[in-house]
Design a binder for this molecule. Structure first.
Ligand SMILES: CC(C)(COP(=O)(O)OP(=O)(O)OC[C@H]1O[C@@H](n2cnc3c(N)ncnc32)[C@H](O)[C@@H]1OP(=O)(O)O)[C@@H](O)C(=O)NCCC(=O)NCCS
Length: 184
């Protein structure tokens, strides 16, 4: 684990880290090796595991934990204190195509980024996929291996493919049986 120093910020490949010069890194960001960051913003004290890619116009807040092998694409905003498990994939284009109508490789002009927000204190379990244009509510939990296809309400625990609400959190602890508010 590397605590960011100036030489990790601006000289591209360093210690197997690929941090583009346009990345905005907060203070005490902790980066593992084999990370690819470009055009993004990472908040203070956030920790990022190995083999994570964060694309341009993605924002990660303060004190987040981003586990290894996760992909955070353009248009994703992750607020503060968020946990992202291993191998989580975000999506920003619901109907992707390689080529435009004329048969040439698509450029940025050919498609529109669909933005996703993960609100403060939420957690996303390992191996989950989050479809585009969604909001994961404050302190919500997404179960491991889920495919999130709809907005997740604040404090909800969701799981499965497609992810459904199992129950709601009460304060910081999972709700016990007496505190279940909803099941869908
Ligand atoms: C979603 C989660 C928080 C639920 O935990 P829980 O409240 O203790 O849930 P339970 O084990 O009581 O399971 C409740 C039901 O949901 C199902 N379920 C639990 N987690 C599930 C998941 N990830 N995907 C699909 N179904 C799940 C259970 O099979 C059970 O179904 P049933 O009622 O039909 O038997 C937890 O299972 C989970 O996936 N956490 C994420 C862990 C993770 O990814 N950590 C990353 C760091 S290693």
């Amino acid at each position: 684990m590397t605590t960011t120093k100036p030489e990790h910020r601006r000289d591209g490949m360093n210690s197997y880290l690929c941090v583009a010069p346009d990345v905005k890194l907060g203070s005490d960001v902790k980066l593992s090796k084999f990370i690819n960051l470009y055009g993004c913003e990472i908040g203070d004290e956030t920790k990022i595991g190995a083999f994570v890619e964060v694309q341009k116009n993605a924002t990660i807040g303060k004190r987040c934990k981003i586990s290894s092998h996760t992909f955070i694409c353009e248009g994703v905003t992750i607020e503060d204190n968020v946990f992202i498990g291993h191998g989580v994939t975000f999506i920003n284009d619901r109907f992707p195509r390689a080529t435009s109508a004329g048969g040439k490789l698509q450029t940025e002009a050919d498609w529109k980024v669909e933005r996703t927000v993960v609100r403060t204190g939420a957690s996303i379990g390992s191996g989950s996929t989050v479809l585009s244009g969604l909001t994961i509510g404050k302190k919500a939990i997404v179960g491991a291996g889920s495919t999130v296809t709809k907005d997740v309400p604040e404090n909800a625990i969701v799981a499965g493919n497609p992810a459904k609400i199992l129950r709601y959190m009460v304060d910081n602890a999972p709700a016990d049986s007496g505190a279940i508010n909803a099941t869908e």
